[in-house]
Design a protein around this ligand. Structure first.
Ligand code: TYD
Length: 133
């Protein structure tokens, strides 16, 4: 399984850092939705789903967390610790987010509006879905 991490260009000067993200330039799709998780409680694991068509970029813009990716045959854990790195998560990928630091803010850029029918929330169903492809 190939893990695709984007390293964004920080525009740093003596005031600090700034990262700008543009669709189809820094982000490989049209950004239709942005959401973020914060105040995640200790020990919490989120996600536990895949998407049939949604693409996402995950950026831990503050603090740190880990992402478990699972394509149905292989699993990988990717730490997100820098505000200038983004993890690309394609469709047909089971994901779990865990090990959130107390101050973690995990921001997600998504290629489509929220659509519950695009979710696969049952792991056995996911395995069945990807094995038929
Ligand atoms: P949920 O899918 O449980 O989050 P995750 O699996 O990433 O941990 O989403 C939590 C709630 O937020 C749920 O009621 C659905 C809602 N939600 C939206 O309304 N819009 C969104 O874009 C997302 C991602 C979630």
């Amino acid at each position: 399984m190939q893990v695709v991490k984007y390293m964004f260009q920080p525009h740093g000067d003596d005031r600090g850092q700034l990262v700008a993200l543009e669709e189809h330039k820094d982000i490989p799709f049209e950004i239709k939705r942005v959401y973020y998780m914060y105040d995640t409680k200790p020990g919490v694991v989120r996600g536990f789903h895949a998407h049939k068509s949604l693409e996402q970029i995950l950026i831990c813009i503050h603090g740190s967390c880990k992402i478990r990716l699972d394509n149905g045959s292989e699993k990988k854990v990717v730490p997100l610790e820098k505000p200038y790195e983004g993890l690309y998560v394609a469709n047909d990928m089971w994901r779990e987010m865990f090990d959130f630091s107390e101050d973690a803010v995990l921001m997600v850029l998504a290629s489509a509006l929220y659509d519950e029918s695009d979710y696969i929330r049952n792991y056995d169903e996911f395995i069945d879905y990807v094995s038929k492809k």
